[in-house]
Design a protein around this ligand. Structure first.
Ligand code: ATP
Length: 204
């Protein structure tokens, strides 16, 4: 609970602390300091959080885009991107081995095209130059979309990054009505673990 104590006592966080004290509600952490959060206490305040100002007394500690919540990338965003659709043909013909536990299986939902995944922003996928899914994308994306656990591996450059990021991005909740954000607690929606700094840098 060190972070919570810090929020209550640290001078460097006085702005965040005073913001808490201005509010009417009861702090959901200590019930005493006056922190006004509808969902989560800010257990580990940082300078960035400290500089956030409430726009209205009913605004929760959740940040969402209020305008243009759907990020439709124009085709020009991708123009000149030297990796646009940079998939070598050989990757589309790779054989795939599927198993559940230690048993080989065919019982995995496969998609033949990105249309089958019914992404919210299919034009962004097309703008990236992706016309058809690679084998790992065909077999893994639907399972990820359906919330299944899976372990997938394939060659370098065979499209693993998009395999995991497209379903994650598609599942993020984008609100068009800001009034809907009041019951949304501030929490991570996805977590990506990577083994090395090099890999972390290439995951967008
Ligand atoms: N379906 C697709 N069609 C065309 N290009 C694609 C497709 N999927 C991914 N790409 C492109 O192929 C290139 C290689 O993909 P990516 O780096 O995601 O592969 P990876 O398997 O994650 O590689 P690594 O093992 O190095 O992490 C990238 O330029 C990516 O934009």
């Amino acid at each position: 609970m060190r972070g919570v104590d810090q929020a209550h006592t640290s001078g460097s966080l006085s702005e965040a602390t005073s913001h808490h004290r201005e509010a009417d509600n009861v702090c959901s952490s200590c019930k005493n300091c006056g922190s006004a959060v509808t969902g989560q206490p800010m257990a580990f305040p940082t300078p960035i959080q400290a500089s956030l100002k409430p726009t209205a007394s009913s605004t929760p500690s959740t940040f969402v885009f209020k305008s243009e919540p759907m990020i439709r990338a124009r085709a020009s965003t991708f123009t000149g991107h030297n990796e646009k659709g940079g998939m070598q043909d050989k990757f589309f013909d790779q054989e795939v081995e599927l198993s559940i536990g230690t048993k080989l299986t065919e019982d995995i939902v496969k998609v033949e095209s990105f249309d089958d995944l019914e992404f919210r922003l299919p034009e962004n996928v097309a703008n990236a130059g992706y016309t058809k899914p690679t084998p790992i994308q065909k077999y893994a994306m639907k399972s990820i979309q359906n919330g299944k656990d899976l372990m997938a591996c394939s060659q370098t450059g065979s499209g693993k990054t998009a395999t995991l990021l497209l379903p994650i991005m598609n599942s993020l909740r984008w609100y068009t009505d800001p009034s809907l954000i009041t019951d949304v607690p501030c929490k991570p929606q996805a977590r990506i673990l990577a083994p090395t700094k090099g890999v972390i840098i290439v995951v967008p």
